[in-house]
Design a protein around this ligand. Structure first.
Ligand code: NAD
Length: 311
């Protein structure tokens, strides 16, 4: 296969002052993209601001002969999101690639200790930031009939043991991804939106303790996630609306499936009927993957013409 390049492409990478975002920005720039490196530059709990983080990544890219600008706005505000996009537009006149990587983990520990503020921060950065950046570029990409968006979710969506705000925000990121990807697919636009669940050593994973952190630095370097993000950001991105688990040099599709289930039609069924058919609902030896909400509804026997809604 020929080497894949990003010549002539403009990318925005949020939260790229360090960790995974820096790895994505560096890869894209090394292969010819002009990159707007955004990072608020606070700590991993979202406190503070420091442009020097974004500037350090942008400078490192320029030192290697690439083209990059730094931006220190917050993705968690509409003004911040719009000025991130405006800066890229002013500098280069277009935005082809958006990587929504900025994220924080705040509301961990027992649920009864989590404050509204912590919840709002977790949701506001990962979910709100992804929404705001997508909204700020979507019409531009739609009108140009070109765009590649990679949203950063997290395996915490499978369950995190402690904390609900962060996994909730990452679940929302998947919802945004599916929503935009299905809108694009329905109209045949060349705008592809995918998501990843990365696994990599970063300052965020220092939360997991020293032993795990040391092993992660050895086995899950941030650079090993970047090639998947790079391909999804490329003209040749082979998917739309998909989620991938990525780490340590490997990747796998994360699927949202519905089992064949129990498809009864008795509207007067009882709780006991549910108990008696529970195993059938759980059995995943047969399953399907709805492309949208209507395909899920179509699996139930009914006389509803779901296509009327589609039209
Ligand atoms: P990180 O803390 O190094 O990176 C997150 C970056 O986002 C930081 O540089 C931070 O300054 C920036 N940021 C935070 N709030 C911001 C805001 N409001 N506006 C702009 N920038 C902001 O951690 P990381 O591990 O590199 O995380 C990158 C992304 O990957 C995050 O979305 C994280 O949730 C996700 N993730 C990481 C892992 C992992 O194993 N490291 C696992 C699952 C998901």
């Amino acid at each position: 296969m020929d080497t894949l390049h990003f010549d002539g492409r403009v990318a925005i990478v949020t939260g790229a002052g360090g960790g995974l975002g820096r790895a994505y920005a560096t890869l894209l720039a090394a292969r010819g993209a002009k990159v707007l490196v955004n990072d608020l530059g606070g700590n991993f709990q979202g406190e503070g601001a420091d442009l020097s983080h974004a500037e350090a990544t942008a400078q490192a890219i320029r030192d290697l002969g690439g083209e990059a600008l730094a931006n220190g706005d917050s993705v968690a505000t509409t003004q911040g999101a719009e000025s991130i996009v405006a800066q890229a537009m002013e500098a280069w006149g277009q935005v082809d690639i958006l990587i929504n990587n900025a994220g924080v983990v705040v509301g961990v520990g027992p649920l009864w200790n989590v404050t509204d503020e912590q919840w709002n921060t977790d949701i506001g950065v990962a979910a709100g930031g992804t929404f705001r950046l997508c909204r700020a570029v979507w019409k531009h990409m739609w009108d140009r009939d070109y765009g590649r968006i990679i949203n950063v979710a997290s395996g915490s969506f499978f369950g995190m043991g402690s904390g609900v705000g962060y996994p909730a925000a990452k679940g929302a990121v998947w919802g945004i991804t599916r929503g935009l990807a299905s809108a694009s697919a329905a109209t045949g636009k060349n705008v592809r939106v995918n998501a990843i669940m990365p696994i990599a050593a970063s300052r965020m994973t220092t939360l997991m303790g020293e032993e795990i952190e040391t092993a992660m630095q050895r086995d899950f370097p941030a650079d090993a996630v970047a090639p998947v993000v790079g391909l999804l950001a490329h003209d040749t991105a082979p998917s739309n609306g998909e989620m991938f688990s990525v780490g340590g040099g490997g990747f796998a599709r994360v699927m949202l499936g519905v089992t064949a289930g129990y498809r009864g039609t008795n509207k007067q069924w009882t709780m006991e009927d549910v108990a008696n058919n529970f195993e059938r609902a759980m059995d995943h030896s047969e399953f399907f993957q709805p492309a949208d909400a209507l395909e899920d509804a179509e699996a139930y026997e009914s006389g509803v013409n779901w296509n009327a809604f589609r039209a």
